[in-house]
Design a protein around this ligand. Structure first.
Ligand code: ADP
Ligand code: MG
Length: 375
């Protein structure tokens, strides 16, 4: 890995090509390679890790080591395991050109990379224990790294989730985070737990990230103020960790909305073998989205991705508890429909309009289409 790193991060003179051959030779001890590399590279792998990641993660661990026995610096990090808990593990990869533009604001990238992983922990009801960061970079640009780590640690600090290790290499920009969480035994909220008669709920509002994308692509004109409002929703999503934890003994099933509300709801239905009825007008939308045409509102709220709100199902008997959770967290929780028994061999979502009429399959099809990374 070091040889490859060196290869990418330094000027390639002919002499240097020889050096690369030397560095890539597995028989050359690593300490020798490293000594040579620090003379030729402006910002080496270990300096980079120390400066932008280790130094930032240390105060958090000193203040509250929590479950971390050993952080960055050895071959592995060590986590202390609470015997009353199960460990939740999730990875998300952000790939340049696929999930973001190569020139994307690095502070937002750092924020989003950790936020989407914490959102997965939230969806299961886990509390964060720590995360690792595997980073491929085209070049070790200090100002880029400084902004990236600022965004990363802003959210990691806010949710007490220390960086405990990772890997760094040269390559096309690619950010892969693995987050670890703890959940009391048997309390994880799974996708497979939806029960007939459950209410279906959504946190916050949905559709703003899709609206931002439309504005950036000039499909829709937004005023500067409106764009600023929705843009933060796309670039700096809020993981709903406190909600997930509050739902441990309340929700029968949950997931976070990354690819679109109804498409993601379908994962719950498939794993629970259930149908759903959804009231289109009840899907919660921001005041900015509500300024758009009905068609856009419905389309973006129902199928726009990247919201990172939670969608969950809970028995009717939990409505009061859910209202209290909403008030305590100062976070709107909106009931948008209910879980029904499955009528056919595949789960169906019946979408009901404001006049109480079910959309036909063509109208519904548009709203059910969710984002597919291979499409
Ligand atoms: P190894 O070769 O044994 O895998 P490395 O030399 O890659 O170790 O990394 C040295 C230390 O720095 C390890 O503790 C590793 O977890 C940590 N590390 C490497 N890259 C990162 C990163 N991007 N963020 C946080 N920690 C990192
Ligand atoms: Mg390594």
């Amino acid at each position: 890995a070091i040889a490859w790193f060196t290869h990418q991060f330094t000027h390639q003179s002919d002499v240097f090509k020889l050096l690369i051959l030397f560095l890539s030779d597995e028989r050359v001890p690593r300490a020798i390679k490293w000594g040579m590399q620090s003379q030729t590279s402006p910002l080496g792998e270990f300096d980079l890790i120390q400066r932008f990641f280790k130094t930032q993660s240390e105060p958090m661990l000193t203040k509250n080591p929590g479950s971390v026995k050993l952080g960055i610096g050895d071959d592995c990090a060590l986590l202390k395991i609470d015997p009353t808990e199960e460990i939740a593990i999730t990875s998300d990869m952000l790939v340049s050109g696929r999930h973001f533009f190569a020139d994307a604001n690095p502070e937002w990238l750092g924020w989003k990379a950790i936020a989407v992983n914490l959102s997965d922990l939230a969806a299961m009801g886990a509390r964060p224990l720590g995360f690792t960061l595997a980073l491929a970079l085209p070049d070790p640009n200090p100002s880029w790294l400084e902004a990236f780590s600022r965004g990363l640690f802003a959210i990691a600090n806010e949710y007490d989730c220390p960086l405990i290790g990772g890997d760094t290499t040269a390559g096309p920009l690619n950010i892969c985070i693995t987050a670890f969480g703890g959940i009391p035994k048997d309390k994880a909220i799974r996708r497979s737990g939806a029960s007939e008669g459950d209410d279906i709920w959504v946190s916050g509002t949905v559709g703003d990230a899709r609206l931002t994308l439309a504005a950036l692509r000039h499909e829709i004109e937004l005023s500067k103020d409106d764009l600023a409002l929705v843009e933060a929703r796309m670039h700096q999503p809020t993981p709903r960790l406190n909600l997930g934890i509050a739902l441990r003994n309340v929700a029968n099933s949950a997931l976070d909305i990354s690819d679109g509300l109804l498409g993601d709801l379908r994962h719950i239905l498939k794993q629970s073998n259930k149908d759903a009825e959804i009231f289109l007008d009840q899907i919660p939308k921001s005041s900015t989205l509500l300024k758009q045409s009905q068609t856009i509102q419905h389309q973006y709220a129902a199928s726009g991705g990247d919201d990172y709100e939670l969608c969950f199902t809970a028995p009717i008997s939990k409505r009061d508890v859910i209202a209290k959770i909403s008030a305590d967290l100062n976070l709107p929780l909106t009931q948008i429909g209910s879980i029904q028994s499955m009528q056919h061999s595949v789960p169906e979502i019946h979408i009901i309009d404001k006049d109480g009429k079910e959309l036909n399959s063509q109208q519904a099809g548009l709203l059910l289409k969710s984002f597919d990374h291979f499409a």
